[in-house]
Write a protein that binds this ligand. Sequence first.
Ligand SMILES: NC(=O)c1ccc[n+]([C@@H]2O[C@H](COP(=O)([O-])OP(=O)(O)OC[C@H]3O[C@@H](n4cnc5c(N)ncnc54)[C@H](O)[C@@H]3O)[C@@H](O)[C@H]2O)c1
Ligand SMILES: O=C(O)C(=O)C[C@@H](O)[C@H](O)[C@H](O)COP(=O)(O)O
Ligand SMILES: [Zn+2]
Length: 374
Amino acid sequence: MDAPSTPPGIDRLDLDLGPRSYPILVGDGLIERAGALLRDRLPARRAFVITDENVAPIHLNPLLKSLQAGGIEAPHLILKAGESTKCLAVLEEVLETLIAVRTERSTTLIALGGGVIGDLTGFAAAVLLRGVPFVQIPTTLLAQVDSSVGGKTGINSRTGKNLIGAFHQPRAVLADTHTLDTLPRRDLLAGYAEVVKTALIGDAPFFAWLEANGQALLDGDGAARRHAVLTSCATKARVVAADEREAGQRALLNLGHTFGHALEAEAGFDSGLRHGEAVAIGLVMAYDTSVRRGLCPPQAAERVRAHLKSVGLPTRPGDIPGIDWPGADDLARHVAFDKKVKDGRPTFVLARDIGDTFLSQDLTPADIETAFAG
Ligand SMILES: NC(=O)c1ccc[n+]([C@@H]2O[C@H](COP(=O)([O-])OP(=O)(O)OC[C@H]3O[C@@H](n4cnc5c(N)ncnc54)[C@H](O)[C@@H]3O)[C@@H](O)[C@H]2O)c1
Ligand SMILES: O=C(O)C(=O)C[C@@H](O)[C@H](O)[C@H](O)COP(=O)(O)O
Ligand SMILES: [Zn+2]
């Protein structure tokens, strides 16, 4: 993609993937400027916006107005909000709608919403007509710092998280940091867990920065939010550029996720448990397990737990009200469905310290069950 100069007030990063490279634009008010920012980046001035019932009343009209002003024709579809939307039945509804309105190969799908809408829309774009372009307009902290970047798209199977999907990179990411002002606190916090994860995998100074500034970020400090979004996207872009399809080191971005995905699946995708909450608990499990195996100093695990707790994130399954958890043995068995299982053995991301993580196939079934038992 060409690299036209970035308009004032907007920060730009680039995910470098040769012909599939794309810009990540971060700033306040990007939705109102989307038409101007996208008009010369799309293969045709034809798009289709997919969003959800919570985002639509707040952010859809400004986007449609802006697209129209940019000469981009864009019908839209509004889906039910929440994790249970990331499923085959809704994917079918989306695809049949897109086919019925005669979507062409040069029509760009626009995902306006959080990670659920981004993952589902991206996957629809990957398979419709064997692939159409798509753009991410992430409206949650989680989507701005993580899910909109990197091209992992997909849905949940009845059994497990993201088990049906494809790598399909967006043409551009427009992260409008103003949208975070309307995000419910619980979802803001859930997104913050992925920021912490990003720091923990390889950036100890960023973790220290979060210990000092995380609360301000959560309380609405615009400069802190922008710094966190840019730092997280820069790390993610670097990791993905080096290993787009997770042949190796990209799996570090899965820190806490093997535990977290088992929690999400066993709780049920309609339980209300947020992905970021499961990741927060999974981060603690990964650090505690690393301590138990003698790999990591206990002070590092304590810092992780203390920081997550201090901002109000859960650190144990029991911290989430209203979920009837299965036993640790059932949770441990769920790990067999993880996409990182190789030769029948699960791969975990373990830690040597804050900002120092590595992949391991050495955990025993007993280690895993102990982790879930807490
Ligand atoms: N593809 C990836 O690399 C990747 C990375 C991390 C997470 N994920 C996936 O992302 C999903 C979680 O994403 P999420 O946390 O954004 O959840 P989400 O998409 O369900 O959004 C959270 C809630 O916030 C509402 N919302 C969104 N933006 C809003 C706004 N600006 N104002 C008011 N309400 C708003 C939504 O309607 C929803 O109710 C999970 O399915 C997870 O597996 C994917
Ligand atoms: O982009 C990645 O790579 C990640 O692992 C980011 C994760 O935060 C994200 O939850 C992702 O969807 C997990 O991917 P999965 O392959 O474990 O389903
Ligand atoms: Zn995640």
